[in-house]
Ligand binder design. Structure first.
Ligand code: NI
Length: 180
């Protein structure tokens, strides 16, 4: 169990497509160690989510949780979720724009268009199926985290680079909450 270093944009492995978690390794000590490291790392960094590639493990495992998160004040709460081998299905064509940050892109925020509503399926740590229909911030967080599994960081989803900036400039109240 350990807080692991978070890889930052520029690290080549962040742009790789990650491999599915092997079906015969659900419920394994190896998976439990990975998930414990991911959760401790996410909590230490006040993250809303973390994808395994961000700590150097290119497997299709993400976690997310939003409580009273100082990096994302006023957003709806999302229960702690382990999502393995996820599949996203957008529901409708409606899109929404909002600001995003990323622990691999510290100190910056950018406005990103995402599907407003989607269904996601996948598995928890024990191989139990997950099937949820979500919208708003929950839908955004899932799309952001699953993008990491395909080697995509949020700036690569942006169409207007004037909407990328330093957190301390865009949101002075959040200065000091983002690391670096
Ligand atoms: Ni991220």
């Amino acid at each position: 169990m350990a807080v692991r270093p978070i890889l930052k944009m520029g690290t080549p492995s962040l742009f790789e497509k990650s491999k599915p978690w092997p079906l015969n390794k659900f419920g394994s000590p190896e998976l439990q160690r990975l998930l414990t490291d991911m959760r401790e790392t996410m909590i230490a960094a006040n993250g809303a989510g973390l994808a395994a590639p961000q700590i150097g493990e290119n497997v299709r495992v993400v976690i997310f949780e939003v409580g009273d998160n100082p990096r994302y004040p006023g957003r709806e709460k999302i229960p702690f979720t382990v999502l393995i081998n996820p599949v996203l299905t957008p529901l409708g064509a409606e899109r929404a724009e909002d600001w995003e940050g990323c622990l691999s892109v510290p100190g910056l925020r950018g406005k990103v268009s995402r599907f407003a509503r989607l269904r996601y399926t996948g598995f928890d740590a024990h191989g139990k199926p997950i099937d949820r229909t979500v919208d708003r911030f929950h839908a955004r967080v899932v799309q952001h985290e699953v993008d990491h599994l395909d080697g995509v960081l949020y700036p690569m989803r942006m169409s207007d680079m004037t909407q990328l900036g330093f957190t301390e400039v865009l949101f002075p109240d959040l200065a000091g909450v983002d690391d670096d």
